[in-house]
Design a binder for this molecule. Sequence first.
Ligand SMILES: Nc1ncnc2c1ncn2[C@@H]1O[C@H](COP(=O)(O)OP(=O)(O)O)[C@@H](O)[C@H]1O
Ligand SMILES: [Mg+2]
Length: 254
Amino acid sequence: MIEAPVKEPRELQGDDGVSVELVSRTFRTRRGPVHALASMSLRARPGEIVTVVGPSGCGKTTLLELVCGLQLPDSGTVRCAPAVLMPQRDLLLPWCTALDNAGLALRARGVGRAQARATAAPWLERFGLAGFEHARPAELSGGMRQRVSFLRSLLAGKPLLALDEPFAALDAITRLQMQDWLIEVLASEPRTVLLVTHDVEEAVVLGDRVVVMSGRPGHAVAEIEVSLARPRRRGDPAVVALREQVLAALGVSA
Ligand SMILES: Nc1ncnc2c1ncn2[C@@H]1O[C@H](COP(=O)(O)OP(=O)(O)O)[C@@H](O)[C@H]1O
Ligand SMILES: [Mg+2]
């Protein structure tokens, strides 16, 4: 087998953004059509972190799957850089070590086992997983599992990351640590990011821009620029004010 070259993280190019224009997606079910998205539009510039919030069932996961090419829209257009989806439920293989789970994206690209391990190993250390290379997912904490999962997505070598509620299953303290960690990683490994969350504060702390979606069928009802320096303090009055703006757009009073 020819070994695929491992693409080093590179500078993002001008076309590494996302453009979703007036996309609609309806699921045909036995109980009738489910209109998941209707005229949903969203853009991300190369290297931008766009966070997406919206009520449960408004089509956020559907949106990410459309962006990653796992679904096709019924109408509208999706134009974006090659993307990798980090699904909501971590899909680590329980019988594989952290090292092999992290290297899975490389293996999927035709890289041999030894080379995949050699490539992934230094990353595990950078991700605070030194000493856990040979641990199985059941032996890792929730935060560690998410980091392995994220590393796998990063090693896929795609300019666009679609993260579906990446920290939702973590306890509050781990979630805050992981938010800081994500920003640190992205500072040295630039990617365009679409991050779905139901946590409004997380959307403001992480996003360069927050896209607020309506209830089903989902479409964008507001876009809020977050031009605050990083790191952002959660109690900062500017963060609190933006959080209130997002809540208002969601139709929830703070
Ligand atoms: N494959 C599918 N078949 C039928 N209905 C689906 C399918 N995927 C999602 N849906 C429905 O589409 C709507 C949007 O789902 P989803 O994108 O998962 O929302 P969210 O991620 O915002 O909670 C929901 O009502 C969901 O039940
Ligand atoms: Mg979802």
